[in-house]
Design a protein around this ligand. Structure first.
Ligand code: FCB
Length: 449
C-alpha cells in the first residue's frame, strides 16, 4: 500500500463510550445516561457509567495512542462535562500534544444534555443555538492548543435510531416525523462552524456516515425504494452542506422549516469546510416492502411497519461478529460517489472505519490475536488507496476504535478496539492489530510518507 505524503493515520473514540465518571465534577446527565438507565434498552443492561474509565486512565491511554505512531486522535467532548469540569479536556489535550499527537475533537457525538432533551431535544430549533454557545465556550478554552475540529458525528444515525426509531437515545420512535431533527442538527453544524471560526479554529469539518444503498433486485419498485432510502439516510445530511439544498421536495417539505428562514439556514449550513469526514462500515440493501412478508428480526433493528422501504441483509460471504457485512469495495464506491456528486467536496478524511470481533482475552503471554480485524483494516485501507487512485482526495484514515468500548445499545460484547480492555479489571492490552497498524504507519514514514 502507498499513501500520499502527510497522510494522517489516526484512531477514534467518543466520550460516552470510553470516559465513564458519569457524574464526576458535577457533570449533568446526557440522554445516554437516561436511556441506559431504562430497562431493556441495552444488551445485558449495560451502561457507560464506568465505561473503560478513560476519565481516570487517560494518561495511560494517550501512551497506547502515541506509541502506535498515529498523527491524529479523534475523540469527542462531552457537552455536559465540558460545562461542569472542562479541566479534563485541558489535561487530555496537553497529554496528547506532549506525546506528539494532534487532538481532533468532535463537539457532538450523540450525548445531548438531558435538560435540553426535556425541552424538546433536537426537535426544538433552540437546541442548535445552544450547541453553538457550547462550541464557543469550548473553542475559547482549547482553541490555543486545538487546531482541528469536527462539529457533529453521524447526524443520520442520531435522527434515524434516536428519533425515528427507538434503538438509541432518546428513543422517540417518530418515523418520518423525525425529519426536523435532521434540519436542526444541520443548523447546529452551521452555527458551530461560525462559532469555531470566530474562535480562530484552524480547520473545521464534520463526520457524516455514508454507505452505498443497493436495491435488493432489478425490480423497479426496489430501485425506487432504495433511492428514497439513500436520499433520507445519506444525501439529506450532505447535500445541504455541500450543495446548499435538500435532495428533494418531499424532504424539504418535511424538515419543518420553510421560506426565507429555510433559505437563511441553508446558506449557513453550506459554509465552506476544510475537510469532510466520512464514517464507513457497511453497505445497505433495500427492497420495497412485499405484502405479507414478515420483516421482524431480519436485521438487528426493528423497522416499524408502513414505511415505503425495508432494509434486507446485503449479500456478502463475510461478516464481522456484530453481523455487519464486510464489503471493502463499497468504501471505494462511496468515496467516488461523493466526489462525483459534489464538485466542491473538500479533502476527505475517513473519520471512522473498523470492525467488531469477539476477541479472546489475552493469552498467557499477553497476546491478543485478532487476524480478522487486521484483514478487515488492510482491505479497507486498500479500498481507500483505490479511491485515491481514482482521483478522490483522501487525506487521512482513523480506525474505529483505539480501545474496546461501550458500543451503544449493543453494550460491551462488541469489541472494535486496537487495544483490548478487560471488562473486570479494565486492564489494557495491545492486540495484534495494534502492532500491525504501528508497523504500517512506520513503513509509510520510512518510505518518505
Ligand atoms: C458509529 C459510531 C461510533 C461507533 C461505531 C461502531 O456509527 O459513530 O460511535 O459506535 O459506529
Amino acid at each position: 500500500m502507498r499513501f500520499p505524503p502527510g497522510f494522517r493515520f489516526g484512531m477514534a473514540t467518543s466520550a460516552y463510550q470510553i470516559e465513564g465518571a458519569f457524574d464526576v465534577g458535577g457533570k449533568a446527565p446526557s440522554i445516554w445516561d437516561t436511556f441506559t438507565a431504562l430497562p431493556g434498552t441495552v444488551r445485558h443492561g449495560e451502561d457507560g457509567r464506568v465505561a473503560i474509565d478513560h476519565y481516570h486512565r487517560y494518561a495511560e491511554d494517550v501512551e497506547h495512542i502515541a506509541a502506535a505512531g498515529v498523527r491524529d486522535y479523534r475523540f469527542s467532548i462531552s457537552w455536559t462535562r465540558a460545562l461542569a469540569d472542562p479541566g479534563f479536556y485541558d489535561r487530555l489535550v496537553d497529554a496528547l500534544l506532549a506525546a506528539g499527537v494532534r487532538p481532533v475533537p468532535t463537539l457532538y457525538h450523540w450525548d445531548l444534555p438531558q435538560d435540553l432533551e426535556d425541552q424538546g431535544g433536537w426537535l426544538n430549533r433552540d437546541t442548535a443555538y445552544r450547541l453553538a454557545d457550547y462550541a464557543g465556550v469550548v473553542v475559547r478554552r482549547l482553541g490555543d492548543r486545538v487546531r482541528d475540529w469536527i462539529t457533529m458525528n453521524e447526524m443520520n444515525v442520531q435522527t434515524l435510531y434516536g428519533y425515528a426509531l427507538t434503538d438509541h437515545a432518546p428513543a422517540r420512535g417518530l418515523g418520518l416525523e423525525a425529519l426536523p431533527v435532521a434540519h436542526h442538527q444541520l443548523l447546529a453544524h452551521g452555527l458551530a462552524v461560525q462559532a469555531l471560526r470566530a474562535g480562530d479554529a484552524g480547520a473545521v469539518g464534520i463526520a457524516n456516515q455514508h454507505f452505498p444503498v443497493y436495491p435488493a433486485s432489478d425490480d423497479p419498485a426496489d430501485a425506487f425504494a432504495a433511492e428514497l432510502f439513500r436520499g433520507l439516510t445519506n444525501w439529506t445530511f450532505s447535500d445541504p452542506i455541500l450543495l446548499g439544498d435538500y435532495p428533494d421536495e418531499m424532504i424539504r417539505a418535511g424538515v419543518g422549516t420553510s421560506g426565507a428562514q429555510l433559505d437563511r439556514d441553508l446558506e449557513l449550513i453550506a459554509a465552506p469546510l476544510d475537510f469532510y469526514g466520512v464514517n464507513f462500515y457497511e453497505p445497505t440493501a433495500i427492497e420495497a416492502p412485499r405484502a405479507g412478508k414478515d420483516y421482524s428480526g431480519v436485521l438487528e433493528v426493528d423497522i416499524p411497519e408502513g414505511l415505503p422501504f425495508s432494509p434486507v441483509p446485503v449479500k456478502s460471504d463475510e461478516r464481522t461478529d456484530f453481523g455487519w457485512a464486510i464489503v471493502p469495495g463499497a468504501l471505494t464506491e462511496i468515496l467516488v460517489a461523493l466526489r462525483d456528486r459534489y464538485p466542491g467536496l473538500p479533502p476527505v478524511i475517513v473519520t471512522e472505519n473498523g470492525a467488531s470481533f469477539h476477541d479472546a482475552a489475552p493469552d498467557p503471554s499477553g497476546r491478543v490475536r485478532d487476524p480478522r480485524r487486521i484483514a478487515y483494516l488492510d482491505a479497507h485501507l486498500r479500498a481507500v488507496e483505490a479511491a485515491i487512485d481514482s482521483g478522490v482526495r483522501v487525506d487521512g484514515f482513523y480506525v474505529w476504535s483505539a480501545f474496546d468500548n461501550f458500543e451503544w445499545a449493543a453494550g460491551y460484547d462488541e469489541r472494535f478496539g486496537l487495544v483490548h480492555v478487560d471488562r473486570e479489571t479494565l486492564a489494557r492490552t495491545r492486540k495484534d492489530s495494534w502492532y500491525w497498524y504501528r508497523d504500517l504507519i512506520a513503513a509509510h514514514h520510512t518510505s518518505g510518507g
